[in-house]
Write a protein that binds this ligand. Structure first.
Ligand SMILES: C[S@@+](CC[C@H](N)C(=O)[O-])C[C@H]1O[C@@H](n2cnc3c(N)ncnc32)[C@H](O)[C@@H]1O
Length: 434
């Protein structure tokens, strides 16, 4: 691992060290890092944490043992994870609570599915526990091992290794932070993610929803928990101590709906987000949301959502058509867009490091020699100026009833700010919705 890390060092995202970081304790907790430092592949454990460890959700030290949990067998006959692994996913080290809360949360998943009017029972039910941690919920499928094919995945290899060694009825794999996962289309009847979305940024939500759509069979079921508006005060208050580790609160707007995220260690418990109700609706747009219950999952502090893929499988998201750095108070950029047989155009446009308010205009001209105007439309970004401290704003354009046109068009994006737009990035994505 050392040499590939060394190659990445220059481009890595640097963060400051968390309070209480101790080099010796970090190396003791992570023998692979100690070996890489000893081999000269890394300068120090501190370097490892700054460049990789914080993203991988590595603990800064081994938690003091609650008991000798590595030798404990739970009341379900399965091993209890080491206390530092339990601590990593739950912030707690009590084996009894770990088992009871996991059981209750899996029961909440099943109950939410039932309340949504959906049915889980089917021979050979294929289940994915996405972001499975150290198997807090996964272990409770053991009694159904004959009829359920359980898969679990997580970005953290320590957690996955423990599951693979300790929960033999399931198949566990380390997964990438960003999609795709290594499973074929339509591999699962049920995918649940408990307290996983809560650690992602807006962009990551958007990408993962497309991936979950791909992985579910038509009629499959997804259950996800997240922080809704009732959690705003707690998440933001909880953010304060961890922000010492280099995190910051970032506000993203999409069509005036807020996604507030403490960005610190991507994917780890040190990052958290809260979303408005309509923001969830945006993110879940490839699905029909069948149930939404406040404070129903994850020990009663998360909202639970049950959703199924929309039946029209024509959904495609075409990422980043173009991206530009803006400057001056009016900034104009053009690019070519393939426009074959396009009756409608949906576009998601975002400004990053936004100097707001600003107005954005999109104009399409035919590139068939005529340079004829096909369409033009304008939107404010953000429309509601009472939002403050916005880092990113998205606006969603839906242009309907466009004249039939086959071929390339020139798209021109013109942004007019109330201040100079220097430092702002503008991105354009074409979106094909249901
Ligand atoms: C708060 S823990 C919850 C673990 C488990 N779902 C549970 O309820 O006990 C969040 C988990 O999500 C994992 N995670 C974060 N980002 C992920 C991603 N992009 N893909 C898969 N797992 C991820 C973390 O490694 C961590 O194990």
């Amino acid at each position: 691992m050392g040499s590939e890390h060394a190659a990445d060092l220059e481009s890595a995202d640097v963060s400051t060290l968390p309070e209480g970081f101790d080099e010796a304790a970090y190396l003791e907790a992570h023998p692979d890092v100690r070996a890489a430092v000893a081999a000269g592949d890394l300068g120090s454990g501190a370097d490892h944490f700054r460049y990789f460890g914080h993203k991988e959700g590595r603990a800064i030290r081994r938690a003091p043992p609650f008991e000798d949990t590595e030798l404990l067998i739970g009341n379900d006959g399965l091993p209890i994870p080491p206390s530092d692994l339990m601590f990593l996913v739950t912030n707690g080290r009590d084996p009894a609570r770990f088992q009871a809360a996991g059981e209750a949360d899996l029961r909440a998943v099943r109950r939410a599915v039932e309340e949504a009017g959906l049915v889980l029972s089917k021979p050979d039910l294929r289940v994915l526990d996405w972001g499975c941690g150290c198997g807090r919920l996964a272990r409770h499928w053991a009694s159904e091992a004959d009829s359920v094919r359980l898969h679990g995945c997580d970005i953290n290899p320590e957690l996955v290794d423990w599951c693979a060694a300790s929960l033999p009825f399931g198949q566990f794999a380390v997964s990438p932070f960003d999609p795709p996962l290594a499973y074929a289309d339509g591999s699962f009847d049920l995918i649940y993610g408990i307290s996983v979305l809560t650690h992602l940024t807006f962009e990551e939500h958007y990408r993962w929803m497309q991936e979950l759509y791909r992985l579910l069979v038509p009629g499959g079921i997804a259950v996800m928990t997240g922080h809704g508006p009732t959690m705003f005060p707690q998440v933001l208050a909880g953010a304060a101590p961890t922000s010492a580790a280099g995190g910051r609160v970032r506000t993203t707007l999409i069509d005036q709906e807020a996604f507030i995220c403490l960005e610190n260690s991507a994917g780890s418990n040190a990052s958290g987000n809260v979303l408005t109700q309509n923001m969830f609706a945006h993110i879940f747009s490839p699905f029909d949301v069948r149930l939404q219950r406040p404070r129903y999952g994850l020990m009663g502090i998360h909202d639970t959502y049950v959703f199924v893929p929309k039946t029209d499988r024509s959904l495609q998201f075409i990422d980043f058509c173009a991206s530009f750095d803006l400057s001056g108070q009016i900034s104009e950029h053009s690019f070519e867009l393939d426009f074959n047989e396009q009756a409608n155009l949906s576009a998601l446009i975002n400004l990053e490091n936004l100097h707001y308010p600003a107005t954005i205009q999109v104009t399409l001209h035919a590139l068939d020699g005529s340079e004829g105007l096909i369409a033009t439309w304008t939107a404010p970004l953000p429309g509601r100026t009472e939002w403050t401290l916005i880092d990113q704003a998205y606006t969603f354009f839906m242009l309907e009833g466009l004249p039939a046109y086959n071929g390339l068009v020139r798209a021109t994006l013109k942004v007019q700010g109330t201040h100079a737009l220097d430092g702002t990035t503008l991105s354009f994505r074409k979106v094909v919705l249901f």
